[in-house]
Design a protein around this ligand. Structure first.
Ligand code: PGA
Length: 257
């Protein structure tokens, strides 16, 4: 895997497979020229199979937006790690705030992460506070989310985990509503401290991403002034015009024609 990471979370978009294929193929060419950045696209699971089969061997890695906590069996509607791997997926997002908002608990997230890590999918663990309070209780919320998800995992498993810091208050807005590079830097230091306390031998290997209204206008400063290794991008990943400048910022290059 190349050092920096950009994860495109398409959420429940686009509306049809045809549009998904058009979007994917328009990103494919740009991914080819990346030398420092791994691009992971997480389409809705309904599109994962057709896209992964059509574009097998492209420079873009596939990921899932969620994964089952079960290995298989009588669990209607669940999609397991083994199924995702058989389609060629390499990563799964786990614990996205939009899933936490519909009731996913820290305990379920820990089980999903163990499924992913035990069976060789890279786990992208989302953590983030709903709001910031002046007494910094939100830091404890972040610590709790990381600790409950990682506790009991082996050093090797933790090394295969990526943490995506996604403050809920910054998601789905625009660049002005996102976090400042300075505040993000503070949070990156805090997450590193928590990781070092939990897993001193693995902490350095864990990449930290930021997600929440990353756009062309803030990608460069967030990338270069905060210590993150890349981004988890939602709405701006749905069109090449808004997404490619973010890829360039992470890659550290000027916009190519
Ligand atoms: P956003 O979403 O980029 O649209 O804010 C990020 C996310 O929820 O992963």
């Amino acid at each position: 895997m190349r050092g920096n990471l950009v994860v495109a979370n398409w959420k429940a978009n686009p509306p049809t497979l045809r549009e998904a294929k058009t979007l994917f193929s328009s990103l494919k060419r740009s991914a080819k020229s990346l030398s420092r950045t791994t691009l992971v696209i997480c389409p809705p699971v309904a599109y994962l199979a057709p896209l992964a089969l059509t574009y097998r061997g492209s420079d873009i890695a596939f990921g899932s937006q969620d994964v089952s906590a079960h290995a298989g069996g009588a669990h209607t509607g669940e999609v397991t790690v083994t199924m995702l791997k058989s389609l060629g997926a390499k990563f799964s997002i786990v614990g996205h705030s939009e899933r936490r908002a519909i009731g996913e608990t820290n305990d379920q997230i820990a089980k999903k992460l163990v499924q992913a890590l035990e069976k060789g999918l890279g786990g992208i663990l989302c953590v983030g506070e709903r709001e910031r309070d002046s007494e910094a209780h939100y830091l404890e919320e972040i610590r709790r989310q990381i600790t409950s998800a990682l506790l009991g995992k082996s050093v090797a498993q933790v090394k295969r985990t990526t943490i995506a810091y996604e403050p809920v208050w910054a998601i789905g807005k625009d660049a002005d509503a996102a976090i400042s590079a300075r505040d993000l830097h503070q949070m990156v230091l805090f997450i590193k401290k928590v990781l070092t306390e939990l897993y001193p031998d693995a902490a350095k290997a864990v990449s930290i991403l930021y997600g929440g209204s990353v756009e062309a206008g803030n990608a460069k400063s967030l990338m270069h002034e905060s210590g993150v290794s890349g981004f988890l991008v939602g709405h701006a990943s749905l069109s090449p015009d808004s997404f490619l400048p973010i890829l360039d910022a992470v890659e550290g290059r000027a916009r190519l024609a």
